[in-house]
Design a protein around this ligand. Structure first.
Ligand code: ADP
Ligand code: MG
Length: 258
């Protein structure tokens, strides 16, 4: 039964998309069957996994509006073990189009339930807001993974995210758990990164992944080549760190999900 992980933080630019692409690809690399679901209208996870968002026949927008079945919107990428449900810019209007639709919070959950047996992991890349798309992801998910950028305002907005997660737990998805926090863009040359990590550890009572993702220019370059980091520069620090994160996520699952 595929484990469904939503990558969420309503702050933009914290590494959600980079983590979605590369955690997915590094899980796929070690033989896990992965379906990645891009629900950000920017579609950067889609293009980062080498899929042209403008030529995909059916995407997550069509799925949410009931215009296609989930089977019809799953794309097989060029990457072994890696499937994708694409996004594109139409999704930006989906929230308004969903007004009045019955049980609109559960659309993604109901769709993913039909296919989750076919995958080991389903990774959902959320948009940078706590809107109906994110609520759909949190309702569908087993766990939420929260990337936190190692910068001065790292904690800003985190209490809002946790409040949203609690509301979803109360009303829509009582089983939802916080998978953990992963620090991103860590810069070993500055004290700031280290201070942020220490501060957040003191403040949060959630699981914090041992793997810390360094700031690595290869991670920023890879998407323009339509490749995840492990295929773009397999020996880079970015690739090594996402491989470690994939191992941690996999083993956490083995302990808790058997
Ligand atoms: P989000 O999805 O949360 O908005 P992104 O994953 O798109 O964040 O990251 C924001 C920007 O930072 C992108 O340009 C991305 O390439 C870059 N980036 C993300 N993680 C790293 C990293 N570890 N090292 C260097 N650049 C990164
Ligand atoms: Mg993003």
């Amino acid at each position: 039964m595929g484990r469904i992980i939503a990558i969420a933080n309503q702050k933009g630019g914290v590494g959600k998309t980079t983590t979605s692409i590369n955690l997915s690809a590094c899980l796929a690399e070690i033989g896990q069957k992965v379906l990645t679901v891009d629900i950000d209208p920017q579609g950067n996870t889609t293009s980062g996994l080498g899929v042209d968002k403008n030529t995909v026949e059916n995407n997550v927008y069509d799925l949410l509006l009931g215009e296609c079945s989930i089977e019809d919107c799953i794309v097989e990428t060029e990457i072994e073990n890696q499937s994708l449900i694409a996004s594109n810019v139409n999704l930006a209007g989906a929230e308004i189009e969903l007004i009045g639709i019955d049980e609109k919070e559960y659309i993604l959950k109901k769709a993913l339930n039909k296919v989750r047996k076919q995958y080991d992991f389903i990774i959902i890349d959320c948009p940078p807001s706590l809107n109906m798309l994110t609520v759909n992801a949190l309702t569908a998910a087993d766990t939420v993974l929260v990337p936190i950028q190692c910068e001065y305002y790292a904690l800003e907005g985190l209490s809002q995210l946790i409040h949203t997660i609690e509301l979803v737990q109360d009303r829509l998805n009582p089983e939802l758990e916080i998978e953990g926090v992963v620090f991103t863009m860590y810069d070993a040359r500055t004290n700031l990164s280290l201070q942020v990590v220490e501060n957040v550890k003191g403040y949060l009572h959630q699981t914090i992944y041992k793997t810390i993702i360094p700031r690595n220019v290869r991670l920023a370059e890879a998407p323009s080549h339509g490749l995840p980091i492990n295929l773009y520069d397999t020996r880079s620090a970015g690739a090594e760190s996402y491989r470690l994160l994939a191992q941690e996520v996999l083993h956490k699952g083995e302990e808790e999900w058997q």
